[in-house]
Ligand binder design. Structure first.
Ligand code: SAM
Length: 227
């Protein structure tokens, strides 16, 4: 687990999570959640027997929508304030889980048909490689992985870490927690490198921002045979 992810989690533990929750109450982003919900439903072909696990759920917005629609969903996060909020929202299956540190099998004791990692821009290339391997092992054969990444094309001035991660430390203008946050940006080539030995691409598109390209969004499918 990188120093950047440790700093991110400390930031959420030291006020960032409360602020994130408050912000989502001011701006509920209903359209974005509706869009993601439809995207997940399409990926699963509306099969409600499938087991869905979300990593880094935050307030649990997509988990609650899926649960209310009858899907079998387990939300997870490593920050207690977020986990308490998920419980308050009525999510029935919640796990405290750090996907870079904890043992998936010990925490969940099952395999997932779909894992979602949505809007976690705080992972550098090494953390991301670890996440991809954890997800691969946690999925059933042909299991799906829905993930989005901030698009490096939109951040041409990003700095570069020795491990190749394009990044910035910054304070977003709408945030009161005056602690710099780590944001990593990924090119299509970076994503190819991460996924090529583990997953096939089921769907890929860009979305967000004026030009609809702030984020790469992917549904990946687990390869049964490692190349
Ligand atoms: C920007 S928030 C996004 C939350 C939610 N997915 C959403 O879209 O609103 C990033 C989330 O990832 C969680 N997170 C970051 N690193 C994590 C890790 N190593 N293990 C588990 N959760 C992590 C944070 O606690 C936070 O809830």
């Amino acid at each position: 687990m990188s120093e950047h992810n440790i700093k991110t989690i400390n930031m959420y533990n030291n006020g960032g999570a409360i602020e994130y929750i408050k912000h989502s109450e001011i701006d509920p982003e209903t359209d974005k959640w509706d869009r993601l919900f439809k995207y997940v439903e399409n990926s699963l072909k509306k099969d409600k027997t499938k087991i869905i696990i979300e990593f880094g759920s935050g307030k649990g917005e997509i988990a609650i929508k899926l649960q209310n629609a009858g899907y079998d969903v387990i939300s997870s996060d490593t920050v207690d304030v977020f986990l308490d909020e998920e419980e308050k929202q009525g999510i029935k299956q919640i796990k405290k889980y750090n996907f870079l540190v904890d043992n998936f099998n010990e925490v969940f004791d099952l395999k997932a048909d779909l894992i979602i990692s949505w809007r976690n821009p705080h992972l550098d290339m090494d953390d991301m490689k670890k996440l991809f391997n954890v997800v691969y092992d946690a999925l059933t054969d042909n299991g799906l992985f829905i993930i989005n990444f901030q698009n490096a094309e939109v951040h041409p001035d990003a700095k570069i870490l020795p491990n190749g991660t394009k990044y910035e430390y910054k304070i977003l203008p709408d945030k009161k927690t005056k602690e710099e946050r780590f944001y990593a940006y990924y090119s299509k080539e970076d994503i190819e490198q991460l996924r090529k030995d583990l997953f096939d691409i089921e769907e890929y598109h860009n979305e967000g921002g004026k030009e609809a390209k702030n984020w790469h969004v992917l549904t990946l499918k687990k390869n049964r045979i490692l190349h």
